[in-house]
Design a protein. Structure first.
Lengths: 254, 323
């Protein structure tokens, strides 16, 4: 689906990712994990063209993303940034409507089909009855659901989420993980940056472990997630046991 | 509700515009004014060559400044920004006065072009400084005021070493519609006719820019292209306005703020509302400028500063947490 070829990405003079080649499988939920500063968010931003590519290339299917037009790329690839800005005074519906931006005409008018897709996205995320509420009046969990609705309205084959659970309490984190799974069941390829390793193991099909801008290990959680990896990459002394509910690996620090 | 407000704005522009035809050193009755507009009469010069072009210019220039301010504030997400506080107007003014002083015989159309060059240079200067220092909103306003003061001192210098009549100086030092006539009308109205559609094209994209650069990019809107487009639009509008009547200060700051209070944050409404309110502000200022103590003519820019400067101080107070 998405392949990076000898990719290098830098912030100013500081190279974060160098010579990275990795492919992200189609139709799966892939988690990018790794210690702080390992380049996982940077990779996600490079994929959505927020961070410039210094060298190498990123292929979507077999096309270089630098050769795809802004609008076309936005019809295929969406991103929920780690920190989002909610402008003053806009309603939930308005926010979700922005998700249709890559499809509307020059003057930004929504078609009837666009409006239907917006309503559908709000229903799926449970914010339909909040449509006329102002974003700033919502709770953290509701707000994140409204943003997910915007991403759904964008109707892309690939969805990228950058630490989507950061500001949520545990029950809302689980709710979001489930929403992510249901997006995947609808056929979307999901790429997510997660800090919670146990959630990554439980809710993702494929892990890509990054350290210092390099792929250390990748594969299904059962194969990748070992005590040795935790020791080497996260510098963490932990035991890995089977999650009694989902039968996926989970770690407990010693 | 919103339509009602837009309607009232247009209506008050029309009414106050008509009323402004009565203001000035010579008192005319309603029938005299209407008769002169429709046919002609002995008052033809006062109405058709003097007050009417000023009315048309005041609306055009005010709309240009208001729209320019709304675009600048929309694109750099800074409520303290406006073309005059960022030095764009001063740059345009300095370039225009230089042309008047050094090339007095230059054809009339050179004036807006020259002003535009000055405006672009000043905008380049402040954006360059902003790029390297990444200032907070309040600090960007400070940098802008410094650049503005520097460029305005250039205008002062030119005006002092090349003594000219006081009314011309008034135009370039404080902004005034004195002595403007139909000659300047095409410049500002053509500019508006070309850039209004473009700003509608920008409008909903500016709304999306409000979601932050990362979200805008992932929605297919390139922040760099938008910033360049909106800023260029704003500089052209402000510069041409300045080439017509000098720097009428604070209109570019006040109009978008008023528009936001009355019409909300949606740029598709905000942009036309800021243009309308800018027009209203300049129209009223010009009316007061020639009506307060006829036949003495006050500069319209002084009147807008009377409201604008205290409001700017209020804004600085309100956003003191930013620096």
């Amino acid at each position: 689906m998405i392949t990076t070829k000898q990719l290098s990405v830098a912030y100013g003079d500081k190279t974060i990712i160098e010579n990275l080649s990795v492919s992200i499988p189609k139709g799966k939920v892939t988690a990018l994990i790794g210690p702080n500063g390992c380049g996982k968010s940077t990779l996600l931003k490079a994929l959505s063209r927020i961070n410039r590519i210094k060298a190498g290339d990123i292929l979507l299917e077999s096309e270089s993303i630098t050769s795809i037009k802004d609008k076309q790329l936005a019809q295929r690839l969406s991103l929920l940034p780690q920190t989002v800005v909610s402008p003053e005074g806009i309603t939930v519906r308005k926010l979700v409507e922005y998700g249709r931006a890559p499809y509307v005409s020059h003057w930004g008018r929504l078609s009837t089909e666009d409006k239907l897709i917006v309503e559908q996205a709000m229903l799926e995320t449970g914010v339909a009855e909040l449509g006329d509420e102002k974003i700033e009046s919502l709770s953290g969990g509701q707000r994140q659901r409204a943003w997910i609705a915007m991403i759904l309205a964008q109707d892309t084959e690939v969805v990228m989420l950058d630490e989507p659970t950061t500001y949520l309490d545990l029950s809302h984190q689980i709710e979001l993980m489930k929403m992510m799974r249901s997006m995947n069941e609808q056929g979307k390829t999901v790429i997510v940056v997660l800090h919670d390793l146990n959630q990554a193991c439980r809710y993702c099909d494929h892990l890509i472990v990054l350290n210092q801008g390099q792929v250390v290990s990748q594969g299904a959680p059962q194969q990748v997630f070992t005590e040795q990896l935790l020791e080497e990459v996260f510098n963490l002394d932990a035991v890995v046991i089977n999650d009694p509910v989902a039968d996926t690996p989970m770690c407990i620090a010693r | 509700m919103i339509n009602f407000r837009l309607g009232s704005l247009l209506l008050s522009l029309g009414l106050i515009g008509f009323f402004s035809l009565f203001i000035g050193a010579v008192n005319l009755s309603v029938s005299e004014v209407v008769y002169t507009l429709l046919a002609s009469s002995e008052h033809d010069f006062i109405i058709n060559q003097y007050r009417l072009p000023r009315l048309v210019l005041a609306i055009g220039v005010g709309a240009g400044l208001g729209l320019s301010g709304a675009l600048v504030q929309g694109i750099i997400r800074n409520p303290l920004a406006s073309p005059d506080l960022m030095g764009i107007s001063a740059g345009a003014g300095l370039a225009a006065t230089s042309l008047l002083v050094f090339q007095p015989d230059a054809p009339l159309y050179m004036l807006p072009l020259c002003a535009l060059l000055g405006g672009l240079l000043a905008a380049g200067m402040i954006m360059g400084l902003a790029y390297f220092t990444d200032p907070t909103p309040a600090r960007l306003a400070l940098i802008g005021i410094a650049i503005s003061a520097f460029l305005t001192s250039g205008i002062d210098f030119l005006m002092i070493v090349n003594p000219i009549e006081i009314n011309t100086a008034m135009v370039w030092l404080t902004g005034s519609l004195w002595g403007r006539n139909w000659d300047q009308v095409p410049f500002i109205w053509w500019t508006l006719a070309l850039l209004l559609p473009l700003s509608f094209w920008l409008a909903w994209r500016l709304d999306i820019m409000g979601l932050g650069e990362e979200t805008a990019t992932s929605l297919g809107i390139s922040p760099n292209k938008m910033q360049f487009g909106a800023l260029l639009c704003a500089v052209i509008l402000a510069s041409v306005s300045v080439s017509v009547c000098g720097t009428i200060s604070f209109v570019g700051l006040l109009a978008p703020h008023l528009a936001r209070m009355l019409f909300g944050h949606n740029h598709r409404l905000l942009l036309p509302a800021a243009a309308g309110l800018g027009a209203l502000l300049v129209l009223i200022s010009d009316m007061l400028a020639r009506g307060l103590q006829p036949p003495i003519e006050l500069p319209a820019g002084v009147l807008t500063s009377l409201i604008g400067a205290p409001y700017f101080i209020f804004l600085l107070q309100r956003y003191k947490g930013w620096s």
